[in-house]
Design a protein around this ligand. Structure first.
Ligand code: DX5
Ligand code: ZN
Length: 219
């Protein structure tokens, strides 16, 4: 397995000082996780393309954009065009995930498939060669600060076995409730990319919190 990626989620940052909050994690973060919510796919509303474009202009971090929106086909390629490193959309919101993954890769981004809490992983395993990242929610998508659900790591284990058997080059990312007391079990289950909002931005020193999480995931 490759070295773990830690992606702080700016959902837990102070939205009045976003550029400063991005800079605060820049020294240690691998990716910056950006949660785009549309109040339709999930009952919460965050930021959209103009804000992401502005943040891209003030950061050198690879952006890991997590689209929790209906109709990802309509919006996802614009995030790739804007310069996002990885664009992830939800399996539940898309009737042709492989076609959209192809579009994202053509636009120069990596393509990610997200699986929400109540969605089984099995129907999607055969699609994984079309993707660069698989985001397995470890909560129900929509809000930060929720409690990690350990049972959802069974999906990570299933995906990791499938990735290993098929020699696929795919990151398995977990999102939701990742913190010092949960990241080790997620890593042991086979995750190699870790989103953390509250655990990073709720810490006194966010950059140090990222380093600490990565250290725990490496063990
Ligand atoms: C929630 C988002 C997460 C969120 C995680 O739907 O996808 O990225 O920021 O927040 P924490 O780490 O606080 O659970
Ligand atoms: Zn997210």
């Amino acid at each position: 397995m490759t070295a773990p990626i830690v992606a702080p989620s700016i959902l837990a940052a102070d939205f009045a000082h976003l550029a400063d909050e991005v800079r605060a994690v820049q020294p240690s973060a691998d990716w910056l996780h950006v949660d785009v919510m549309d109040n339709h796919f999930v009952p919460n509303l965050t930021i959209g393309l103009p804000v992401v474009q502005s943040l891209l202009a003030v950061s050198s971090l690879p952006f890991d954009v997590h689209l929790m929106i209906t109709e990802p086909r309509r919006w996802a390629p614009a995030y790739a065009d804007a310069g996002a490193y990885n664009v992830t959309f939800h399996a539940e919101a898309c009737d042709n995930p492989v076609a959209l993954a192809k579009d994202l890769r053509s636009a120069g981004a990596k393509a990610g498939l997200a699986i929400d809490r109540d969605t089984p992983i099995e129907p999607y395993l055969d699609l994984l060669p079309s993707f660069d990242t698989l985001l397995i929610m470890t909560i129900k998508a929509g809000f930060g600060g929720q409690r990690f659900i350990p049972e959802l790591l069974d999906k990570v284990r299933t995906a990791r076995r499938h990735v290993a058997a098929g020699h696929l080059e795919l990151r398995i990312e977990v999102d939701g409730g990742i913190a010092a007391d949960t990241i080790e079990q997620a890593a042991a289950a086979g995750a190699d990319a870790f989103v953390a909002g509250t655990a990073v931005y709720g810490a006194e020193d966010p950059a140090e919190a990222v380093r600490r999480l990565r250290g725990l995931a490496e063990r």
